[in-house]
Design a protein. Structure first.
Length: 129
């Protein structure tokens, strides 16, 4: 997988909206963030500009309004970030992460049953020819 650009937590919040609801114009993005963050419209426009320079979004002009859409699908970005997290903290293996999480957290029987079902489905997939 090719290296994806790093985006800040704030930029990720902007991307989250674009991934979920895009393409969106600048005013729509600002309106959706207004209830969540105390960012000025200029700050949001700056983040959109940075994201575009990083190749994460692109815009088309619709009259005097810019309409933004993602260049990278959310699943691809999350997959890359997940692998980076595993590499950085758990030597690249999910087993170490899961074991540490289970050791440090109390899970209900319902949550454990859910995890068991996920593992069983994955085992069946791996066992298929």
């Amino acid at each position: 997988m090719s290296q994806l650009p790093q985006i800040s937590d704030a930029e990720f919040e902007v991307m989250h909206i674009i991934w979920r609801e895009g393409p969106l114009n600048t005013n729509d993005i600002i309106a959706r963030l207004a209830g969540k963050r105390d960012w000025s419209p200029k700050t949001i426009q700056t983040m959109l500009s940075r994201l575009e320079k990083k190749g994460v979004v692109q815009h088309e002009k619709d009259g005097r309004i810019f309409v933004y859409e993602a260049c990278i699908p959310e699943w691809r970005y999350l997959q890359a970030e997940g692998q980076t997290f595993l590499n950085r903290f758990f030597d690249g293996t999910p087993r170490q992460m899961v074991v540490r999480y289970l050791d440090q957290n109390d899970l209900s029987l319902e949550e454990l049953d859910e995890l068991q079902a996920i593992l069983e489905r994955k085992r069946e997939q791996v066992g298929e020819p």
